[in-house]
Design a protein around this ligand. Structure first.
Ligand SMILES: C[S@@+](CC[C@H](N)C(=O)[O-])C[C@H]1O[C@@H](n2cnc3c(N)ncnc32)[C@H](O)[C@@H]1O
Length: 331
């Protein structure tokens, strides 16, 4: 577990760790805010009014920006936050980090296209379901020898173009997989037609990541036409019933990305055991060591320490950048 989300760690430790290990190199603003808070007892006292699980920097900063804080120097933020604390506290208590990154489809697509179609997709931990539309986005894969492969939906270029750098013998598809049915499960589904839900998704994107914000807006527009059903509930409780609703004759693919870190070991094991008994293929895109049995089967080392492991039916097949920017296929 990252120290910033470890509720047993002190607030200064959580913010210091977030500044140094998570924000550095990715968000100068969040690095400065988190480092400022780690050294500011008054701000720590404010944040400590929240339950420990809600004190994580990513949640507090997203809530602040959702309530109108602007990215800028820490001195301004340190004035702004106490003045707006009641609104920010309410958002922290009612919201959670549910970042939905359509870019992850770029790392899922080669695996999906390698399966016998047509496909019925079930995403567990779907958030707003933006990863349930891999066949409705355009892709630009660039291999490490500089070759570019562009792939569009069957209907033509999509307003969402996902860039992905590829290395290793990745089976970049020539054609989109055919998806005939799609549905999701989430503890708290976000509604692509709710302005408030979509503003929350936008607030979860770090200040400097303008490309991700633009992609989010475009992906929301795609996902609205038509909106896909996302069943509310726990993935282990809802999965079997949803699988039973998938159309006959389709290959049912249950997939998840950046979800299993929210589950304890018992729930992860339960999901794995359940998937083994259902008539489905299983595609997992998660941090190393998060999916039961995958780490033990890894014979290579991820290219970057933050890389996810993509595993098909429990077998690791690629390392992936967590937001889908790159894919390293294993031999
Ligand atoms: C970080 S988001 C990832 C969303 C999406 N998979 C993506 O990659 O963009 C994790 C999602 O998992 C959901 N989640 C966490 N635990 C869950 C559970 N036990 N059952 C269903 N959904 C869960 C959260 O509500 C959240 O929307």
């Amino acid at each position: 577990m990252r120290r910033s989300t470890d509720r047993r760690a002190s607030t200064p430790d959580r913010y210091r760790e977030f500044a140094e290990s998570e924000a550095r190199g990715l968000s100068a603003c969040y690095e400065e805010w988190a480092s400022g808070i780690a050294h500011d007892p008054a701000m720590v006292a404010l944040i400590d009014r929240l339950p420990a699980v809600k004190r994580q920097p990513n949640l507090v900063f997203s809530a602040a920006r959702f309530c109108g804080a602007t990215a800028g120097p820490y001195v301004d933020f340190a004035r702004w936050l106490p003045a707006h604390w009641p609104e920010v506290e309410a958002v922290c208590r009612t919201h959670s980090t549910q970042t939905n990154e359509a870019g992850r489809c770029a790392t899922l697509l080669p695996a999906l296209a390698s399966l016998r179609g047509p496909l019925a997709l079930i995403e567990v931990g779907a958030s707003a379901g933006l990863c349930l539309h891999p066949d409705r986005y355009s892709y630009r894969y660039v291999t490490d020898d500089g070759h570019e492969r562009i792939l569009h939906p069957a209907t033509g270029p999509s307003p969402v173009l996902l860039d992905c750098a590829v290395s290793g013998p990745a089976p970049i598809p020539e054609q989109m997989p055919e998806v005939v049915w799609r549905a999701g499960i989430d503890l708290n589904p976000l509604d692509v037609n709710s302005a408030s839900d979509m503003n929350w998704l936008e607030a979860l994107i770090w200040p400097e990541h303008d490309d991700r914000r633009a992609r989010l807006r475009a992906a929301i527009a795609v996902a609205r036409q038509p909106a896909v059903e996302i069943v509310r509930g726990d993935l282990n409780e809802q999965l079997a019933a949803l699988v039973a609703r998938a159309p006959e004759g389709a290959t049912i693919v249950v997939f998840h990305t950046a979800v299993l870190l929210y589950l304890d070991g018992q729930a992860r094991g339960r999901l794995k055991n359940q998937l083994a008994t259902l008539p489905v293929r299983w595609l997992a895109n998660e941090g190393r060591g998060v999916v039961p049995g995958v780490l033990e089967r890894l014979s290579a080392t991820p290219t970057a320490s933050s890389d996810f492991v993509l595993a098909l039916d429990g077998t690791p097949i690629a390392f992936t950048q967590p937001h889908g920017r790159s894919l390293h296929w294993l031999g």
